[in-house]
Every structure is written in structure tokens, then in C-alpha cells.
Design a protein around this ligand. Sequence first.
Ligand code: BGC
Length: 747
Amino acid sequence: MKKLTLSLSFALLAIASFAQSPYKNASLSDEARIADLLSRMTVEEKVGQLNQVNGGVLTGPSVANDPGAQGKIQLLKDGMVGSFLNVVGTEQTLATQKIAVEQTRLGIPLLFAFDVIHGYKTVFPIPLAEAASWDLAAAEKSASIAAKEASSAGLHWTFAPMMDMSREPRWGRVMEGSGEDPYLQGKFAAARVKGFQGNFDENHVLATIKHFAAYGAVEAGREYNTVDVSRYALWNYYLPSYKAAVDAGAATVMNSFNFVDGVPASGNDYLVNKVLRDKWGFDGMVVSDWASFGEMMNHGYSKDAEQAAIQAIMAGSDMDMEAGVTRTTLVKSVKDGVVPMAVLDEAVSRVLALKFKLGLFDNPYKYHDAAREKATLMADAHLAEARKAAGNTMTLLKNSDGVLPLNSPKNILVLGHLAESQDDVLDFWKGQGEHKYTVTILEGIKAKYPKANVTFIRSVSREGDFDASSVKEMKKAAKKADVIIATIGLFGDLAGEARSLSDVSPSDGQMEMLANAKATGKPVVVLVQAGRPMIMTDVVKDFNTVLYTWIGGTQHGHGVVDVLSGDVNPSAKTVMSFPVAMGQIPVYYNHYNGSRPHVDGNEGPEHFWVSRYRDIPNEPLYPFGYGLSYSSYEYSGLKISKSSINQNESVTVSVNIKNTSGVDGTEIVQLYIRDLVSQPVRPVKELKDFARVEIAAGKSKTVTFELPATKLSFFDQDGNVLLQKGAFKVFVGTNSRDVLAGDLELR
Ligand code: BGC
């Protein structure tokens, strides 16, 4: 009896001292708490913190060693799960968090992660479209609303923003990024990081810089394909946006699927340890992409799971999403001394640091409040912002007959499946967005023009097949129509991961529908809906009114019709060049001059041995930075404050812009440079600044940019900054092609 009492009191003592364990003491520093916790953890528990498990819909292939639902709960109870992805909603996340906190030995809370790419329940326009607004404040706002909704649903962490610079419309994932320019990509990355993370309270989520690195360069735009870029290209085109997001304080980074220099990103010591951690000072956590630790075996870089896990952790990557190679092998590798305990501790510390930063040890349930969730999701204010955002992303490609804005039409004929499809205004990365809550173009038209007589004829199917039997009906309806609004493009689910296409042209059926619409003799407004630039050459040859609507999210239809009606004056400008033909891809504005450059239009024998196609121009159909408005602008009087500066100086570059129309507008003014002679060589144009400027009808504004000499710098292949003396061109214009030019010398 005595013995029993004794051991009981020992146990009570142990519990009491455990309750006061320093890691549970909120008055201590995070560092002290982490150190204490590490000292109590078994190797198994440490490895468990590096294990991220899918608990919901699959956003990648199922893995061979998947333990199944019950197995995952058991793993959690055993302290072998540090984070779940794809578990969403307060109910589910709370129940799961309770297991972690109340039924594991140390009670370490979980991190819940989800791909909140452009909204959680209120879906905003796709990021590529949002970037076309060139509106950083709006991007920060949409990310903060997405964060507010996601965090109210129990989530701590989003796998966004994606900032893979890309020139590949064949790649379905260009929709997630901000286009082909590193500077603009970086600006949007930083804005979104700030919007998502805020001050790290329970209304925000941790952001993820992805996919590190250069995933946007997948060959031929084929998902999961090889990336093979030079170090020089890596430093100058691909890395700047990730760096901008690191500087903005992003908490986590995700490895990419591809290799760099033949070494898969997840096990790439140069990328993760040397560049990200040592050179850029990133002290956050690195998570794999879906199963990417294990896929190093597919690459032929790891001979087995054990080697893959060793290569990943030794390269500086921390958390294993779904591959399970860390969970199943790392304990042994640590116990055998192949992976030093210090390396494991560092990786685990980075995971724990996030949990402490969010205050989860002190209040593990603060993200799981059903009443807050209900009040937050799709709040009216969020829908209003989403509508505004959608209007700001509509990109007017052509309006040469002045058909837009529509002049109070009484009879409207609407054509094409996409006009009435709730399914297609959301894409693969729609978060928890539901089709039934979306506004279609048809609904938008009816809401804007309640008195108009609106006729809808599908005419083409979701897949783009033409219904020849619709012609008769179309002709009849067109007779009384003031305007025909015809929708073409790609259905929503073709935007996103694993959605590469070899051809991004409108379908033959859509072209047939357009031809029939044109034959009626009525004005035709072509609306194009897609998550990437399509080949618009044939469309703009035959049609004079073309609005690119992208994929606008929950409020898509209202956003489109706000622009059609003129309630919103379009101002968006493309952030990817629009190719003339498939064979022109990749086509982008910031290319090199090359040894035998060609200027479109130059013909004759002296222009034979040059870099050109024989059948199509070199220039894209629409260049980077292009987009029209109902206003028109005239640029004049480019002034550069000094003709020559030294490395510590700046110049101001100013230009006068007149709104020559009768409509107030917002113009996106762009500043580019060209370094004329340098070693290594630089591209023909590089974006260095931009401004969104409101200019009232008939008024002029002087827009001034500060251009410090440091913006004339670039990187060598090792990431050293080079600032070379010599002659530069400075351009300011309405897009990357139509610019005023001046000279500047760096001495
Ligand atoms: C994608 C990531 C995503 C992850 C989790 C992967 O397949 O490449 O971007 O965050 O799945 O859903």
C-alpha cells in the first residue's frame, strides 16, 4: 500500500512539474520554450513534427505508404504528425487539434494548412488576373480577406503566394502567378505575403513562398517537367520574386518539383541552405511540395526513401508533405548518426517556432470558433471587394468601333456556354468556393439591365463544340438585338495544377459560333474567359470588340458587366505577352537582343540571315503591359533630371500624360530600362517601376519616378550584384512596346 501511495505521489509530482514545464510558460521567450521542449522530445516525436499529412481532398497523387484515415489518427496520437493539410472548417480542425493537444504526450498543437490561392470561400479573380490590375493595394486586400476567411475556418497556413515567373501559356499554373516579369512578380508576392500574414494574429495565415525555385520554367509548359535554366537566368529572372517575398517576411517556403542544375529542389543544398538561408537570411520553415522528398527517387537522385529523407534534411528542407519518407526513415538515420541530432533539432525548431509565433501553445483553439466562421465567410464586405477586384482585372484588348461601353441596350443576345456556367468562373484552386454562389455573366447582365430583353443561346458546349442547330435561333434573336455578347475561352477547371495544354487557341466550334454571330450584322462583343493568355489572332482579325475577362471568381459576372456598362472604366494591362501563334511560345518582352536581331516589317535580302520566323512576326499579338481603356492617353515630354549619374545617385524621370477622352480613367504608367552594353548582356527592356494614376477627362498629369542607380544593377551567375558603368536607355510608356525613350549614363 505504501509503495502504491509513493508511486502515485511521484506521478502527481511529475504531472505537476510537467504542467509548469518551461515550454508551457508564456512568460518565457520562444527560444527558451523551444529549447525546453526539444529537451523533452524523443527522436520519434521530433521526426513527427516534420511530418505533414493530407487529411482531406487529394491535391496530389495518393502515396504508396498512405496509412489511411485511422492510421493517420493513430500517427497523430503517437506524436508523429506536425501538420495536416486539406483539413478545413472549424469543426474538423477543432476535433483534430483536440487530439493533438489533449491526447499526445507533449500536447504539441498542429498547424493546419490549405491552398488558399485566391480566396477561401469568397473567391477573388485568379492571381494572374489580379496582377493585370497592377494594383498592389488591392492584392494585399484580397489576400487579407482570404486570410480572414481561412483563419476563421481553423486554418493557420496557406500555400500561397505562388510566384513562379513564367512565359508559358501552355502551363495551367500560370494562373497562380503574376506573369513574365520578375520585378512585378516580386511586388505582388510581397503585397500578398503582407495581406496573408498581417501581424500573425488569428485573423491571418502564414504565407508560403512557392515553388522554390524556377518551377515556372517547366519545359514546353508541361506540368512536373524538367526545368533547365542557367544560374545567370536563375538569378536575374527567377529568384528576384522569391527574394522579394523573403524580404516581406514570409514565414515558410515550399520546394519545387523540378531540379536546378540536376539536383531536385527538395534536396538542393545550393538553393535551400546556401541561397535561401545563408545568403538571404531566411530563418523560417521549408516544406516540401506534395511528396517531393520521395519523388527525388523518380528523378533518379535518391536510391531509396532513407536516402531521400537524408538528402532533404541535409539540404535545409524541413517538413515532408505527404511523401512519408521522413516519418518512416529519419529516426533510424538520426540514431545511426548519419543525420546529426543538431540538424534534426534545427529543422524541428523551425516548425515549433511557427507554432509559438501563432500562440498555439498558449491558446491552441483560438482559430476554431464556429460563430466567427459563420459571420466571416462570404461577408457582404468581402463580396463587394471581390466584385471591385473582378472589374479591375478585365483587360480590354480591342474596342475599335467604340461599341463599349454599351449604351443602355434594350435587347441583348448572349451566346456561349461560358456565359451561363457557374462552374467555369471558378478554377481548380477555388479553395472552398462553391459554384452555386457565383455570379455568371448572364446573371450579371440581367442584374445590370433589369428592363432589357435578354436572350441566351448556348450554341457551343463546355468543351467548345458548335451546335449547328442554334444558327436559326441565333439569326432570329439577332434581328431584334442591339448587341451580341459572345463568350469563348476555356472551361474553369482547365486552369490550375496538372492542366497543361498543347494548344491554347479558341476551339473551332467557338470560332464557328463567332462567325455566325458576325454574319448577323449586329455588333458583337467577344468576351474571353481563361486562366491564361490564349491565341487571339483570328478573333481580333475579325472582331473589333474584345474583352479578356480571365477567371473572375465569385463575382465574375458582376465584374464583367460593370465594365461592359461603363460603370467601371477598364484599366488592366496584360502581365504575360499574348502570342500570335502557338509556335511563337515562349514570347516575352524582356528577351535578349541576340546576335542577329530582327524588327518585324523589315523585309528584303538584307533581312534574310536574321532571327525570325518566315510565317509569323516576332512580336507578340499583345505585348506585356498592354490594355485599353474607355479613356485615351497621350504621352509627351519625357524628362530625365540628369543625363549622367554616379553609383550613389538617382534621377527623376517624368512624363506628361493627357487624358484626351471625355471619360475619367486610371492609367498604368510603366518605366523600363535597357543596359546597352554590359558583361554579361542584359535584356532589351526591363521593368523598373510603374504607377497607377487617375487622370480626369481632358486633364493632364505629370508622373514622376525616382530611378536610383541601384535599379540599374543586375546579378552575376553567383548572385553577386553588378552595377556597371555605361550607357542606358530609359523608357516610359503605356505598355512595354509603345514608349518614349531617353538616355542616361552611369559613370
Ligand atoms: C502543388 C502545391 C500545393 C500542394 C498542396 C502540390 O501538388 O504543387 O502548389 O500547395 O500540392 O496542395
